[in-house]
Design a protein around this ligand. Sequence first.
Ligand SMILES: NC(=O)c1ccc[n+]([C@@H]2O[C@H](COP(=O)([O-])OP(=O)(O)OC[C@H]3O[C@@H](n4cnc5c(N)ncnc54)[C@H](OP(=O)(O)O)[C@@H]3O)[C@@H](O)[C@H]2O)c1
Length: 307
Amino acid sequence: MKTLVVGSGFVGRAIARHLLDHGDEAVLASRTPPFADGAPVTPDWVPLDVAVPGAFAETLHRTAADTVVLVHGPSDVTWCESHPEEAMAGHAGAARMVAEAAGDRRVVFISTDNVFDGTAVTSSESTPTHPANAYGRAKRAAEDVLSALPGAVLLRVSLIYGWETADTPKWLNFFASCVHRLRAGETVAAPYDQWTTPVLIDDVAEATRALVTTATAPKLLHLGGPDRISRADWAAGIAAALGVPRERVTAEPRAHGRYAHRPASTCLSSELFATHPATAALRPRPVQEATRLLLGRHLPPTVRSTA
Ligand SMILES: NC(=O)c1ccc[n+]([C@@H]2O[C@H](COP(=O)([O-])OP(=O)(O)OC[C@H]3O[C@@H](n4cnc5c(N)ncnc54)[C@H](OP(=O)(O)O)[C@@H]3O)[C@@H](O)[C@H]2O)c1
């Protein structure tokens, strides 16, 4: 089975590598080549602007892919807020190109918790959507287009985290940003009033592969981690795991920082994930366990706390 993974950023690269690691074929596609992040496996890559008419159809034909994962940008919530039309074209416009060409192929669309306004403590598949920002509106519009496809799966994922190197040429995911800044001796200011259910990138890749390969997939599925945590508490936990003084994390209101455009509660729960045959065996990891796993993989033991 060959999967065309549209978007070769943080999430797309991890999904493509996970597919390759499990004996499947995967090819990445984006406008510019993927960042060489030093990981041992480099998936094949083809150039594609998915929003350009005809480009996705041509790439699908050329790669002869059986299945598709859509995990392209724009992904920056703050950028989308100041570029709402580009955000809409990048997601809903691109979804139309995919819908025209995908036929009955399985298409897994990595969607977001930002389709909700964040006023509920947590949102499940049956919670009515109500995006409160341009990013959420664009992703929700793309969901609408793609849901008409027979093979589409809308996988709404909470905030994704994992290891990224400090020289990654984009805004790092929250975990990686905290680790590198705390290790560099900086302080981290994080909101005490922005709540997430963070999910480890490995668990996202595993769930995506399960949905790509299963014979019967749900049309809509939520994936959040098992912990509901504020960014300030999460950052404090990372500091503790690194053995860095707690005072280097300062808690601030969401409205003061980079997270001003994010809903207060970007938390997802699922009525299906634990019971659907495609995902029932999967166990998204708690934040503390995943933190130990990531630091153990990427840092020498001397810089990790033994606490
Ligand atoms: N990261 C998270 O926490 C999270 C959570 C839920 C959902 N998601 C979704 O996952 C997707 C990817 O997130 P990410 O963190 O991996 O973002 P990212 O690191 O910014 O990567 C985005 C990728 O999309 C490509 N891209 C952008 N516009 C494109 C276009 N028109 N045609 C083809 N490729 C295009 C980018 O490369 P070029 O610019 O070179 O084309 C890049 O490779 C986003 O759609 C986001 O909504 C992410």
